[in-house]
Design a protein around this ligand. Structure first.
Ligand SMILES: *Cc1c(COP(=O)(O)O)cnc(C)c1O
Length: 452
């Protein structure tokens, strides 16, 4: 790749000589060098070549309030001056973590009034694994150890995160643990076959009951799922799915962990995905939108009944140096204040999400598009060779071709196989949505052209 700015080449050399990147094809990265992002404002990024790019992914689903919010920088700086670090271990605490715990539970579903803090979503799911097993041991049922996850779910990249998730590429690289099993995902477009979406939704939910009976209720600790699968390809379950799952969960004595790392803090137009679907989780994993990604932080919101058992249980031998880090907590508090005071989630629900969904669906008429689906500030575009039969192109990598055209034309859309996905900042305006959809259509045209 030729560059205009000589510094771009210098940074790319640093990448090749010194950096091991997360989730990247190393061989390809070495040959091409990374795109260097140097600044951002609102919903736009700039790269080191001076290109302005609309960030259709809010970073990695996290920059809810948009880039460049002075208040968040200010919150971090003043907290660093006051108390840059202290821990929450061994009977101590500090105001930012405690005030944040209260602020989170004020917007969390009723009956979930305790928070355990971590440094990331992955650490949140590690915490879940240990917390639910500890809970059942305290309840006198230590044999309840097994956690049921879903194929193509994403729960992070620590060992527990990878094992709870259902990504085979991660399992193959040391990402498995005993005592974790998986059931089918509710991905109608890809796996629904001849079933109607509704029939398929019921079938996929019934796999949970089948698995509980197979493993034995007495051995199952919990079921973990994202309300909407994000990294798996913005998979919005058929309408029958969650009601059926709720019915099954009510029948058996197992805990339900909702991984809200993407859906939480407004992405669906409600505070949490479980609010949108009317679910009743026992634990909820949070991260990403909690701080709008300005600083790392995650956690687990815990239902009162579970917290009550833990509080009688003596030592919980678990925690992180940066659990509830004061600077991260101060930024999260300010981020929640912005979301609340500026009524950002209300605006998503009333105005910008309906507009995004309406405009995205206009792409349904494109010859390359098999399905457009979306909800709130989430969207997916399935790329196919034949719409009627939902047949993909044989040559793999149509999504990658499209992603490259997007990059080159000032739009970030992510590719999951041949599914293009978006999750823009929650503050995106209707005019910026027009820009996003027009650029997306242009890139679909270019992709179709390239396939001929
Ligand atoms: C990103 C993500 C995680 C992992 O969060 P990290 O902060 O990257 O560890 C977990 N679950 C879901 C649903 C995610 O999207």
């Amino acid at each position: 790749m030729s560059v205009k700015n000589p510094q771009t080449r210098e940074w790319q050399d640093l990448s090749r000589d010194h950096h091991l990147a997360p989730f990247s094809d190393y061989k390809q990265l070495k040959e091409k060098g990374p795109r260097i992002i140097t600044k951002a404002k609102g919903v736009h990024l700039w790269d080191s070549e001076g290109n302005k790019i609309l960030d259709g992914m809010a970073g990695l689903w996290c920059v809810a309030v948009g880039y460049g919010r002075e208040e968040l920088a200010e919150a971090a700086a003043s907290q660093m001056r006051e108390l840059p670090y202290y821990n929450l271990f061994f009977q101590t605490a500090h105001p930012p973590a405690l005030e944040l715990a209260r602020a989170i539970t004020e917007v969390a579903p009723a009956g979930m009034s305790h928070v355990f803090f971590t440094g990331s979503g992955s650490e949140g799911n590690d915490t879940n694994l240990r917390m639910v097993r500890h809970y059942w041991a305290l309840k006198g049922k230590p044999q309840k150890q097994v956690i049921i996850g879903r194929v193509n779910g994403y729960h992070g990249s620590t060992v527990a995160g990878a094992a709870l998730g259902g990504m085979s590429g991660m399992h193959e690289q040391g990402g498995t643990l005993p005592g974790i099993v998986h059931i089918a995902q509710p991905y109608w477009f890809g796996e629904g076959g001849d079933m109607t979406p509704d029939a398929f939704g019921v079938w996929a939910a019934e796999q949970l009951e089948k698995k509980i009976l197979e493993v034995g209720e007495d051995n199952v600790a919990a079921f973990i799922a994202e309300p909407i699968q994000g990294a798996g390809g913005v998979i919005i379950p058929p309408e029958t799915y969650w009601p059926k799952i709720k019915e099954i969960l009510a029948k058996y004595e197992i805990l339900f962990i909702a991984d809200e790392v993407i859906c939480g803090f407004g992405r669906t137009g409600q505070w949490f995905g479980t609010d949108y679907y009317g679910l009743k989780p026992d634990l909820m994993t949070i991260a990403k939108g909690l701080t709008s990604g300005y600083i790392p932080m995650g956690g687990v919101i815990v239902r009162d009944e579970v917290a009550a058992v833990l509080s009688e249980g003596g030592d919980f031998n678990h925690g992180f140096t940066y659990s509830g880090h004061p600077v991260a907590a101060a930024v999260a508090l300010e981020n929640l204040r912005i979301l609340r005071d500026e009524k950002i989630i209300e605006r998503v629900q009333a105005e910008t999400a309906p507009y995004l969904q309406k405009r995205l669906r206009e792409l349904n008429d494109h010859p390359l598009v098999g399905e457009v689906r979306g909800l709130g500030m989430l969207g997916a575009i399935e790329l196919v060779k034949d719409k009627a039969t939902r047949t993909r192109y044989e040559s793999k990598g149509v999504g990658m071709i499209c992603r490259q055209f997007c990059f080159d034309n000032g739009l970030i859309m992510r590719a999951v196989g041949d599914t293009m996905i978006i999750a823009p900042p929650l503050v995106i305006t209707c005019e910026e949505i027009d820009e996003l959809v027009e650029k997306a259509r242009k890139c679909l045209d270019l992709t179709l052209e390239a396939l001929k």
